[in-house]
Write a protein that binds this ligand. Structure first.
Ligand code: ZN
Length: 193
């Protein structure tokens, strides 16, 4: 059933996941000083390449409360993919669909995928998966977990299939969690397009 605002249902759900990931970081306290406690200091980010995103979503973020430190901690996210802030779901699934992931099997996220995204953006995403992502430290370490090894030439489809995304839609969350370490600013530096 469509919601009054037309807001895709997936987004509030992913927001909750991001809130959980944020809480994990918050409970650890400041990683720069010993006694700092972290409090929420979210900021708004408009996802690029996602024209019909209902309103600017907040990237959850944390700040140390100690005078003289006040360092920002940006937790991993399943909604954002890096500094350029594409919707993580969209940047993952649309290129995968172009490679042949069956969209009708990904029922839960169909609304999010019902977006007008131009060819150039799609091509950029594809190049990103095949280039910077494949070369990243994250992937070089993470790919060892996959047996048989994933085909790097059909990313992100090969990744989606290995998470059995076509059979079980709840695996999408697992896949986004798997990718979430690359969404923190430090990790993203080597992944900037
Ligand atoms: Zn601190």
């Amino acid at each position: 059933m469509p919601e009054p605002s037309g807001r895709p249902k997936t987004i509030p759900f992913l927001e909750k996941v991001d809130a959980d990931l944020t809480e994990v970081v918050r409970l650890k306290g400041c990683s720069y000083c010993a006694e700092g406690k972290l409090h929420r200091a979210d900021y708004k980010r408009k996802p690029r390449g996602v024209p019909s995103w209902p309103d600017e979503p907040k990237r959850f973020s944390l700040c140390c409360n100690q005078e003289g430190c006040r360092r920002r901690h940006t937790p991993p996210s399943v909604r954002f993919l890096g500094r350029r802030v594409y919707g993580g779901v969209v940047a993952l699934l649309i290129p995968a669909m172009m490679h042949g992931l069956k969209p009708e099997r990904v029922v839960q996220i169909r609304k999010v995928l019902d977006l007008k995204i131009d060819r150039r953006t799609l091509e950029r995403w594809r190049q990103w998966w095949l280039g910077l992502f494949v070369e990243s430290t994250f992937w070089k370490e993470a790919r060892a977990r996959f047996m048989p090894p994933l085909c790097p030439k059909t990313l992100p489809l090969s990744l989606c299939l290995s998470f059995a995304l076509e059979d079980r839609r709840d695996r999408l969350l697992e896949l986004l969690r798997f990718l979430s370490p690359i969404t923190t600013p430090a990790a993203w530096q080597e992944l900037v397009m």
